[in-house]
Design a protein around this ligand. Structure first.
Ligand code: GLA
Length: 384
C-alpha cells in the first residue's frame, strides 16, 4: 500500500511532464509506438532512391513500415500488356528490406491509375469476363510472386465501395460483377500464401461505406477467401470524419476478426471547392484565394486546431491498440504531399507531421508523449 502511495505521485508527475510538452526518454515515433502498432509512411521516388537524404534520415528515424506511394500501381508496373517495369518497385522494396521495415504493397486492383489496355481488346472493344480474369491473374501473380517473402502485406483491392455502401461501377465491376474482388484475393493468395491481404478504402467513417465494407468482407469470409485486414485510408479534412464515426468503423471492422489499419493518413487544412459555384464566381481572385488561403504560412490558431485533431485521432488509435496493427501517414512532409495538387493544382496544404523543410512539427513530440500518457494511465489503473 505504501509503495502505491509513492508510485502514483511519481506517475502523475510524469503525466504532467508529458502534457506540458517536455521530452521523455523515447523521442522517435516508432520507438514510442513499438508496443502499440507499426508507424508507417508512403515513400516517393526521391526517398526510396536515396536522393532526398534529409527525408531518408527522418524516415529511418521515425518509421518502421513503408508503402509505395505510386510505383506499384498498375499503370507504372504494367503500362502495356505483358511489359512489366519493376525497376522503381525493386528500389522501393530494397529500401524497406535494407532498413528492416515492414513493407506494404500498394495496390493490385484499383479502378484508378490503371492503363486502359486492361479492359480493351486489340480493336478497343471491352474484353470478356475470361480475358479480364486472365489479365488480373497474370498481373497479380507476376507482381506478388516477385516480392514473395519480402512484402508483408498487400492492398489487394482498393476503393471498390461507394459512400452509400454500393459497389463502385468500375470496369472491373461492370465486366465481372463483385466476383472480381474474390478473384483478386484468391490470385494474391495463390501467388504468396504467407502474405497478408487487405481491402483498402477512403471515407470509411461513412455509415454506408462501413456497412458495405462489412457485408463485402463477411461474404468473402463465408466464401473461404483469405482476407487479413481492412485499411482505412484516413485522408481527412478539418471537419470530416468525426472521431465518433471513425471509431464505429474501427469497431465494426475489428468485429469481423481482421486487423484494422489506418493506411493513408493526412489531415488537410484546406477547403474543398464547392461544385455548385458558377464560372463567374470561380474565376474571381477572391474565390481563388478562399480556396488557397495559407500560401504565406499557416495561422497559429489553424495549426492548433489541426494539432488537436491529429491528437484526438491518435488517442482513438491508442484506445483501440488491440485492434489496430499499423498507422501509416500518406507521405512525410508538406513539401511532397499529394494534397498540394488535389483536388486543385498548386495549393499550399499542411497535412503531414513534418513541415516543408522536413522539420518535425510540435505534433511529433506531442504524439510521442501521448503514448507515455496512455502507458502511465494503464499503470495507474493496474495499481488501483
Ligand atoms: C488514394 C490511393 C493512393 C493515392 C491517394 C492520393 O487514396 O489509394 O494510392 O493515390 O489516393 O495520392
Amino acid at each position: 500500500m505504501k509503495k502505491t502511495y509513492l508510485f502514483i505521485p511519481v506517475l502523475m508527475f510524469m503525466l504532467m511532464a508529458c502534457s506540458n510538452g517536455q521530452k521523455l526518454a523515447v523521442n522517435t515515433l516508432k520507438d514510442a509506438y513499438k508496443d502499440k502498432f507499426l508507424i508507417g509512411t508512403a515513400l516517393n521516388n526521391k526517398q526510396y532512391t536515396g536522393q532526398d537524404t534529409k527525408s531518408v534520415a527522418v524516415i529511418k528515424q521515425h518509421f518502421n513500415s513503408v508503402v509505395a506511394e505510386n510505383c506499384m500501381k498498375s499503370e507504372q508496373i504494367q503500362p502495356q500488356e505483358g511489359k512489366f517495369y519493376f525497376d522503381q518497385a525493386d528500389l522501393f522494396v530494397d529500401f524497406g528490406l535494407k532498413n528492416n521495415m515492414h513493407i506494404v504493397g500498394h495496390t493490385l486492383i484499383w479502378h484508378s491509375q490503371i492503363p486502359q489496355w486492361f479492359f480493351a481488346d486489340a480493336d478497343g472493344k471491352e474484353v470478356s469476363r475470361e480475358v479480364l480474369t486472365e489479365r488480373m491473374r497474370n498481373h497479380i501473380h507476376t507482381v506478388v510472386k516477385r516480392y514473395k517473402g519480402k512484402i508483408k502485406g498487400w492492398d489487394v483491392v482498393n476503393e471498390a465501395i461507394l459512400d452509400d455502401g454500393s459497389f463502385r461501377q468500375s470496369k472491373f465491376f461492370q465486366i465481372l460483377g463483385e466476383d472480381y474482388i474474390r478473384l483478386a484475393f484468391q490470385f494474391a493468395h495463390e501467388a504468396d500464401p504467407d502474405a497478408e491481404l487487405y481491402y483498402n478504402d477512403y471515407s470509411m467513417a461513412h455509415a454506408g461505406k462501413r456497412m458495405g465494407t462489412v457485408n463485402m468482407v463477411r461474404k468473402l469470409q463465408q466464401q473461404g477467401v483469405k482476407i487479413d485486414g481492412i485499411g482505412m485510408q484516413g485522408h481527412m479534412t478539418m471537419d470530416f470524419p468525426t472521431v465518433t464515426e471513425f471509431e464505429k468503423s474501427i469497431i465494426a471492422f475489428a468485429e469481423l476478426g481482421v486487423k484494422v489499419m489506418i493506411t493513408e493518413m493526412d489531415i488537410s487544412v484546406l477547403p474543398f471547392p464547392n461544385p455548385n459555384v458558377g464560372a463567374d464566381i470561380a474565376n474571381t481572385a477572391e474565390y481563388k484565394h478562399s480556396l488557397n488561403p495559407y500560401s504565406d504560412g499557416l495561422p497559429k490558431e489553424i495549426y492548433e486546431r489541426w494539432h488537436q485533431r491529429y491528437t484526438d485521432f491518435f488517442r482513438l488509435f491508442l484506445k483501440h491498440q488491440d485492434k489496430i496493427s499499423r498507422v501509416t501517414l500518406w507521405g512525410l512532409s508538406d513539401a511532397d504531399t499529394w494534397k498540394n495538387d488535389w483536388p486543385i493544382k498548386g495549393r499550399t496544404d499542411y497535412p503531414l507531421l513534418f513541415d516543408r523543410n522536413v522539420e518535425p512539427k510540435p505534433l511529433v513530440q506531442a504524439l510521442i508523449n501521448e503514448v507515455s500518457v496512455v502507458k502511465n494511465k494503464e499503470m495507474v489503473a493496474k495499481i488501483k
